[in-house]
Every structure is written in C-alpha cells, then in structure tokens.
Ligand binder design. Structure first.
Ligand code: ATP
Ligand code: MG
Length: 230
C-alpha cells in the first residue's frame, strides 16, 4: 500500500533576484513500511521537501497525498489535526518549545490532541533516548545532542504512521547515532511505521531500504534494496 504519493512538486522561494527554485517537479511514491534515506548536497532542497511532506510548509504547485489525504488542500485546523495524528517530524534544528521542559515537550502533541500520554511509551522512549535524568530540564539546559533526542521523542510519542526526520543524528556521536538509527529501525519494523530520513551519513543511507538523491531541487537517483548496498 502506498502511504505517500507526490506529484510534480515545485517550491519557489522569493522573487526577482532572490528567487530560488528549491524543488523542481519532484514526483515519487513511498510504500507503507519503507525506510527511505534522502541524501544530497547542502542547499539541494531536502529540508524543503520534508517540511512540505510534513505539512509545515506549502508547495508552490503539485500534489502531496498521505494515505489518500490530499494535505495541500486541507485548511489549517484540519492540517494541524492530521499532522498530530499521522506525522512525526524531527526538525534539523529541533524546534523545541523553550519554556517547556523535556517531558512537556515530548508529550505536547498528545496533550494538544486532547489525549493522555501513554506513560509506558514515554518511559521507554526517554530511557532509550538517554533522557531519563533530564525530564525536568528546559531545552537551553541541554546539549545539542540531547535536544535532538528530545525532538525524536516528541516525534515518536504519537505512534506516527509517517516519521520524517531531518538529519536526526547530525549532532550525535557515533555511538548515540547508531542507537538512534536502531531505535528508528525498530519502530519501523515492529509497527510498520514508514520512515523518511535526511542524512549526510553514508552508514545510515546504506542501512535504508531505499536511497533518494536530490540535487539542485531534482531527484537524480532513486535506488532500492540490494542496489543500495551494491
Ligand atoms: N525560507 C526560505 N526563503 C528563501 N529561500 C529558502 C528558504 N528556505 C530554503 N531556501 C532556499 O532553498 C534551497 C533549499 O534549501 P533547503 O533548506 O531545502 O536545503 P537542504 O538540502 O536541506 O540543505 P542542508 O543540507 O544545508 O540542510 C536553498 O537554496 C535555500 O537557500
Ligand atoms: Mg536541510
């Protein structure tokens, strides 16, 4: 089953001299349960693409369907609800709420949805993310890597069908980085959650089912399975 269908996606920022075509006619599908790595040079449009898939930025033109819902056509309220229920987004620069502590940041999307956080999942997640002794700390009292792990926890708390992660190990050392990737893989395998991860790390790309390369706003390679490790 296809969880994601993207057709002729274009994103233009600015006008005149500052005009940037960040995405040019990007089309692809993703199967439910796929673990996809997106790679490409800095400035090639990776974050732009992920933000549009996550419904936090809008395309200039084109279609984005997630589980048959056309998210481009949703109004803001409906989009916010859809996002909280189906999508987990790990931002390149974390986007934590500065006045909320670690536990509050992680559980916020659940509370906003009017639900009670699953205490066991919260406990397991913070344990696996190495944050158990930082639950009452504010983001500015954490290291960059710890903030990154909080943003991963927040994205995983609502059991998202689609997890979008922008360089989720960009600020982590090799050991932590490996642990995060195996955690994402575990969620992916055990719950059939679809994962799309932007990375500059070749080891992560090699561990993926599929690698999509973006250069200058266009897909230039799309390799699956055994081709990836070949
Ligand atoms: N809000 C914005 N306003 C204007 N231009 C933007 C904006 N966001 C991104 N861009 C431009 O769009 C292009 C793609 O940016 P994007 O952040 O998607 O790149 P990226 O592939 O994620 O890069 P990196 O690997 O450095 O994170 C860049 O040329 C950038 O200058
Ligand atoms: Mg980026």
């Amino acid at each position: 089953m296809k969880i994601l269908k993207i057709r002729n996606l274009c994103k233009v920022y600015g006008k005149g001299e500052t005009k940037v075509e960040a995405l040019k006619n990007v089309s692809f599908d993703v199967e439910q349960g796929e673990f996809v790595a997106i790679v490409g040079p800095s400035g090639s449009g990776k974050s732009t693409l992920l933000h549009i898939l996550g419904g936090v930025d809008t395309p200039t033109s084109g279609e984005v369907k997630i589980s048959e819902t056309d998210i481009v056509g949703l109004n803001e309220t409906k989009l916010a609800i859809f996002r909280r229920r189906y999508i987990g987004l790990v931002y390149q620069f974390y986007n934590l709420i500065p006045i909320l502590n670690v536990e509050e940041n992680i559980t916020l999307p659940i509370l906003l949805d009017g639900k009670k956080p699953d205490r066991k999942l919260l406990h397991d997640l913070v344990e696996k993310l190495g944050l158990s002794n930082r639950l009452k700390h504010l983001p500015n009292q954490l290291s960059g890597g710890q903030q990154q792990r909080v943003s991963i926890g927040r994205a995983l708390m609502n059991h998202p069908a689609l997890l979008l992660a922008d360089e989720p190990t960009g600020n982590l050392d090799t050991k932590n980085s490996k642990e995060i990737i195996s955690l994402l893989r575990k969620f992916n395998r055990e719950n059939n959650q679809t994962v799309i991860i932007i990375t500059h790390d070749d080891r992560i790309a090699l561990a993926a089912d599929r690698v999509i390369t973006i250069e200058d706003g266009e897909i230039t390679r799309d390799t699956k399975g055994t081709e990836v490790s070949a």
